[in-house]
Design a protein around this ligand. Structure first.
Ligand SMILES: [Zn+2]
Length: 335
C-alpha cells in the first residue's frame, strides 16, 4: 500500500465522498454483475460457513510492512515460495456463518475506501446468496479500516439494518478514547493514523446502541467463543466457531502473510499497535495451533484463507487445506 496514494484515495473516495454509498454500488453493480464472484462454502458441524472476497490490498514494496525482518531475508523467503518479491497482495477473506435463520458476518472489508481493488463485500455477498438485510449479527475482530469499512454507508447509515455489531471492550475503549497511544507501533504516519482513528470513531458513533461490547471468553449464539489476542490492536479478537465435534478459528490480523508471518512471527507487522506484544501473542498462538492441529481461517491469507499450522524445525509452516472439488459441489442439497 502506498501511503500517499491511500490518503489521496481516502480523501477522494472515502472520507470526503458526498455520493451515497448505495448509489456508488448501484452504479458499479452492472459492471460487477458481468461475472459472479466465486465463494467458498463448507460446514462446521451443523453450521454452514461461506467465505467471500472483499478484494485485496497491495503492499508495494513488501518492506517496511514486516519491519523486524530484513528486506533480504524476506525477499529470499518470498522467492523460495514462488511469490513476487516486490509486492504482496493481502487478500480480504470475509466469513459468513449460517446457523438456522441467523447469519453472522465476521468483519466487513474496506467499504471502498482503499480504491477499486477492494470494497467488493456487498456484490460478493449477493453472489453467494446473502442480503445485507438478512445479516443478523456482525462480529468485528478489530476496528482497523479494512475490517470496519463496510459497516456504514458514506452517509452514516448502517449497511446491515437488522444486525447488532459485536466488538471487544478494550477495542472500543482504545479507539473511542480522546488520545490513542501509537508509541509502540512501527507505523508512525500520524496523518494517516488520525484519518483511521477519526473514521473508526465516526463509524462506531453512527452505529450507536447497535454496538454490543464483549469481554474475553464471551460466548455468542451458541456456536462462538471470543478470545482477545492483543497486540495488533489492544482489543484484537479471535473468533472460535464450533458445532458438534468440529471447529475453526478466525484469526483476523494475528498474521498477515502465510510465507512470512508463520515462520517468523517476530518480524511483526507495520500496523501492529504494539509490535512486541503482537509478536508475543502471535508466537504463543502459533505454538497452540500447531500443538492442537487447529483449523485456522486467516482474513489476509491467500484465498480462501483456510489451513493449518505445522511445526517445521524450530519454526512453523502454513499448510493450506486442499479440496477435491470447488466450492459447494461437496454439499449436495444445501443450496
Ligand atoms: Zn487487516
Amino acid at each position: 500500500m502506498e501511503r500517499r496514494a491511500l490518503i489521496k484515495q481516502l480523501m477522494l473516495t472515502g472520507m470526503a465522498a458526498a455520493i451515497p454509498f448505495r448509489k456508488v454500488w448501484a452504479d458499479m453493480i452492472p459492471a460487477l454483475r458481468a461475472f459472479k464472484r466465486p465463494f467458498h462454502r463448507f460446514t462446521v458441524g451443523e453450521l454452514e460457513l461461506t467465505v467471500i472476497t472483499d478484494g485485496f490490498i497491495r503492499l508495494s514494496p513488501v518492506q517496511p510492512n514486516f519491519p523486524n525482518g530484513s528486506e533480504a531475508a524476506e525477499k529470499a523467503l518470498l522467492h523460495e515460495h514462488f511469490r513476487p518479491t516486490s509486492e504482496m497482495d493481502l487478500s480480504m477473506n470475509i466469513l459468513l456463518i449460517k446457523k438456522g435463520n441467523e447469519v453472522i458476518l465476521i468483519d466487513t472489508g474496506t467499504g471502498g475506501a482503499f480504491g477499486k481493488d477492494s470494497g467488493w463485500m456487498l456484490p460478493s455477498m449477493a453472489d453467494a446468496g446473502f442480503t445485507p438485510e438478512g445479516v443478523t449479527a456482525v462480529i468485528i475482530s478489530h476496528a482497523h479500516p479494512d475490517h470496519v469499512g463496510g459497516l456504514v454507508t458514506k452517509t452514516g447509515q448502517p449497511v446491515f439494518p437488522n444486525a447488532k455489531v459485536y466488538l471487544s471492550k478494550p477495542e472500543n475503549a482504545f479507539w473511542m478514547a480522546p488520545q490513542q497511544d501509537f508509541s509502540k507501533s512501527k507505523f508512525q504516519d500520524k496523518q494517516l493514523l488520525a484519518v483511521f482513528t477519526t473514521g473508526t470513531q465516526q463509524t462506531l458513533k453512527a452505529l450507536g446502541d447497535r454496538v454490543q461490547l464483549f469481554d474475553d471468553g464471551a460466548e455468542l449464539f451458541g456456536c462462538i467463543r471470543m478470545e482477545i489476542a492483543p497486540g495488533h490492536t489492544p482489543g484484537h479478537a479471535l473468533t472460535h466457531i464450533y458445532s458438534g465435534n468440529e471447529k475453526i478459528v478466525h484469526v483476523a490480523d494475528l498474521v498477515h502473510s502465510d510465507v512470512l508471518s508463520i515462520p517468523h512471527p517476530e518480524w511483526g507487522f507495520n500496523g501492529d499497535v504494539d509490535i512486541a506484544q503482537a509478536a508475543a501473542t502471535r508466537k504463543k498462538l502459533l505454538v497452540r495451533f500447531a500443538k492442537e492441529q487447529t483449523k485456522v481461517f486467516a482474513y489476509h491469507f491467500p484465498w480462501p484463507g483456510i489451513g493449518y499450522v505445522k511445526p517445521e524445525g524450530s519454526k512453523w509452516e502454513w499448510v493450506p487445506e486442499a479440496y477435491a472439488v470447488p466450492v459447494a459441489a461437496a454439499l449436495p442439497g444445501r443450496r
